[in-house]
Write a protein that binds this ligand. Structure first.
Ligand code: ADP
Length: 430
């Protein structure tokens, strides 16, 4: 409504009423009574205004919208408007709080750390990932300068030089953390952190794998090239020596082929695009085949027995054949002549198990946890002598990972080893 109508018209009417009343009293009882009555009425109005001002003042101290004072005349309108303004402010504050809570929740789901720093690099806020990456506690560290919180010299240099266009990689609490500062409005800065430990480890593993594979391939190649050189420079070699050279070249060629095949198998098993082709596996048939292959590899030098007392499973026949075959061929290769090799398939109640026990050379305890690493061998000479690639147990580990199984190794140096594949009961075929 028009403020003119609200304020001035009632006020003018009130004044007119007072003066008319005073005029009437003046007329009947004389000027003193008329003026006194006017004075009393004016004082009453002024007191009332002061009373409402006082109540407004009290309310402003604690502006609780439910307890807004009732007013009279124009005060009614003033209080109503204040009430409306206050409700609107409360509503927008609630909306802001809700938005802030949503924003914080979203920040908590980010895989990377985010911290907000003020114009002098004091910590204003950070998400839990940044707390973890940088070793901070928001409640404790809020308002502290970031260079006092992260005291790594490389980080302090990064801040001093201010070359924020490039990220910085630092080791904080044994993790490799990529840190980048992004300036934004009002000279504030956002500090973004990313944990690159796993990515760096994979990168190092990949580099080591390439270096190891190149090294493994170079040895047979050097041998082959050496014999070829002899063949070319000494054409009149006697046939027996030449035959011997040919045989050795062939052996090295086969060795290279086995290496390449194992490397390709590993790459395939590791690839996430290569999904498991699961089918019913006739365990008795598969293990009999593995036993026959072991007998052929042993050439009658070992006693290899098999007992099957457990259910069929679901999985990839080809992959399980490779995994079981590798464990069994290791038992043959690392067990001296006349040794015993026992293959057992049984159900334990918590899932089926395949164990391969040998009476071979055994493994010292310090090597056991590393056997499934690529190219890890306890005795390089013996592994090569027996045509090992150093990748067999890595292949086993990957096949088992894909079948939700695990490998347990028990061994006693000089006495023998037992390799046990443990499957969950979910793998049992219906
Ligand atoms: P390799 O091709 O060299 O046999 P593997 O990955 O199959 O590679 O095995 C890794 C290493 O584990 C072998 O070099 C060997 O030292 C050790 N190993 C595996 N199986 C046995 C076993 N049954 N007895 C003794 N040592 C074993």
């Amino acid at each position: 409504m028009n403020p003119y109508v609200i304020f001035w018209i009632p006020a003018a009417l009130r004044l007119a009423l007072i003066w008319i009343g005073a005029g009437v009293l003046w007329f009947y009882y004389g000027p003193m009574v008329g003026l006194l009555a006017a004075l009393i009425a004016m004082t009453a109005i002024a007191t009332m205004q002061l009373h409402y001002l006082y109540r407004l003042n009290i309310w402003l101290d604690v502006p609780d919208s439910e307890k807004l004072p009732d007013g009279w005349g124009a005060w009614n309108a003033v209080f109503a408007r204040l009430y409306k303004l206050h409700r609107e402010e409360e509503k927008s504050r609630a909306e802001l709080n809700e938005w802030l809570a949503r924003f914080k929740q979203a920040m908590n789901f980010l895989p990377d750390g985010v911290a907000i720093l003020d114009n002098v690099l004091f910590l204003e806020w950070c998400n839990p990932i940044a707390e973890r990456h940088l070793g901070l506690t928001l409640e404790r560290d809020k308002g502290m300068r970031v260079t006092n919180l992260i005291r790594h010299p490389d980080f302090i240099n990064y801040i001093i030089l201010g070359r924020y266009d490039q990220p910085l990689t630092v080791t904080l609490r044994d993790r490799r953390i990529i840190v980048q500062i992004i300036p934004f409005e009002n000279r504030r800065q956002i500090l973004v952190t990313h944990d690159a430990t796993d990515a760096e480890r994979i990168d190092t593993m990949r580099r080591d794998f390439i270096a190891n594979a190149s090294h493994e391939l170079r040895t047979p190649l050097t041998v082959i090239n050496g014999f070829l050189e002899i063949e070319m420079t000494q054409p009149d070699l006697d046939p027996a020596t030449r035959k011997d050279h040919m045989r050795m070249m062939r052996e090295q060629g086969e060795r290279m082929q086995m290496l390449v095949e194992d490397m390709l198998s590993l790459t395939k098993l590791e690839s996430t695009d290569f999904s498991l082709r699961a089918e019913r596996v006739n365990i008795a048939a598969l293990l009999e085949q593995v036993q026959q292959e072991a007998l052929a590899l042993s050439g009658g030098k070992h006693n290899i027995t098999l007992s099957v007392d457990g259910p069929d499973i679901t999985g990839s026949i080809e992959e399980l054949h490779a995994a079981f075959g590798n464990i069994v061929s290791n038992a043959v290769r690392y067990t001296p002549e006349n040794g015993e090799i026992t293959l057992r398939w049984k159900d334990t109640g918590s899932g089926p198990r395949f164990s391969v026990q040998d009476t071979g050379i055994g493994i010292a305890p310090e090597h056991i946890s590393r056997l499934t690493e690529r190219f890890y061998r306890v005795d390089k000479g013996r592994s090569r002598e027996t045509r090992g690639t150093g990748l067999g147990l890595s292949i086993v580990r990957h096949v088992l990972l894909r079948h939700k199984g695990s490998l347990e190794i028990e061994s006693q140096l000089g006495k023998g080893s037992m390799f046990t594949v443990i499957f969950p009961s979910t793998i049992i075929a219906e």
